[in-house]
Design a protein around this ligand. Structure first.
Ligand SMILES: NC(=O)c1ccc[n+]([C@@H]2O[C@H](COP(=O)([O-])OP(=O)(O)OC[C@H]3O[C@@H](n4cnc5c(N)ncnc54)[C@H](OP(=O)(O)O)[C@@H]3O)[C@@H](O)[C@H]2O)c1
Length: 256
């Protein structure tokens, strides 16, 4: 029997959240920290990471910062070495840092933009998952959460390469869930619809794209980052102990 009076039961766990300096990653990091998780905050720029760390520490939580470009495998390796040396374990990996450097027609995508999108959104998620899985297999437990997108499930205008990488994230989620399940490790994805962050700012500047996306939602609004963090809390905790290899869609009903 599960004791539901215990809340999410995440006290004392260790999590790495990539892309934690703002937006969805920040919201997930703060939600985890509020539930007693020690959070490793990773992104490319220390300034944003320090801001999030200070907010977490001021609220009584625990966090450390790690500058890491997840498009560079060596930098991911360094972060996991630090986690191993300083914290000794990893319970939760949230692959969240992603990029979308070119919005336009597929025929116009320059090769550099294709390579960058694949390097960060696909290879970065995979390399981080490999490192986490090796440690989690030793522990006999762990959770990996991959932030995908509804772009993995439907065609969105001007985002074909981004969508390809997010569909690959869902394929990776299923493959790793099968492989790691016997080791007590669960792997799931979250597919957000439009969330009000820096990442989706271009929509605010392009109402002809934003309006149809807004109209398509059942709730008639875009999401706040905290509304994605709630799904992450569920997937990180034993509340979802029989859930693996799947995707939680948080899209305000756009695909309904
Ligand atoms: N916002 C949406 O509407 C939406 C919808 C569906 C899915 N998503 C997904 O949600 C995730 C988070 O997006 P968001 O909306 O929160 O974006 P955001 O507000 O722009 O935040 C992106 C975060 O990723 C970091 N980052 C970017 N490139 C990185 C790299 N190469 N290596 C390491 N960190 C990097 C950024 O910090 P630095 O600049 O310091 O590196 C920042 O912390 C992404 O996977 C995105 O695809 C977003």
């Amino acid at each position: 029997m599960m004791d539901f009076t215990e809340g999410f039961g995440l006290q004392g766990k260790v999590a790495l959240v990539t892309g934690a300096s703002r937006g969805i990653g920040e919201a997930i990091a703060r939600a985890f920290a509020a539930h007693g998780v020690t959070v490793v905050l990773a992104s490319r720029k220390m300034e944003g990471l320090e801001r999030v760390k200070n907010a977490i520490v001021s609220a009584g939580g625990r966090a450390i910062t790690a500058v890491c470009n997840t498009g560079k495998p060596d930098q991911i390796t360094e972060v996991f070495q630090r986690i191993s040396d300083e914290l000794g374990r990893i319970d939760i990996l949230v692959n969240n840092a992603a990029t979308n450097p070119f919005a336009g027609n597929a025929v116009d995508v320059p090769e550099w933009a294709f390579d960058k999108t694949v390097a960060v959104n696909m290879k970065g998620y995979f390399i981080a998952s490999q490192h986490a899985a090796r440690m989690m297999i030793e522990q006999g437990s762990g959770v990996i959460i991959n932030i995908a997108s509804v772009a993995a499930l439907e065609a969105l205008p001007m985002q074909t390469v981004y969508s390809m990488t997010k569909a690959a994230v869902l394929a990776m989620t299923r493959g790793l869930a099968r492989e790691l399940g016997p080791h007590g490790i669960r792997v799931n994805a979250i597919a957000p619809g439009v969330v009000k962050t820096h990442f989706s700012q271009f929509l605010a500047d392009t109402p002809e794209i934003a309006q149809p996306l807004l109209d398509a939602t059942a709730l008639k609004r875009f999401a706040e980052p905290d509304e994605i963090a709630g799904a992450a809390l569920f997937l990180a905790s034993d509340m979802s102990s029989y859930t693996t290899g799947t995707v939680v869609v948080c899209d305000g009903g756009a695909l309904a």
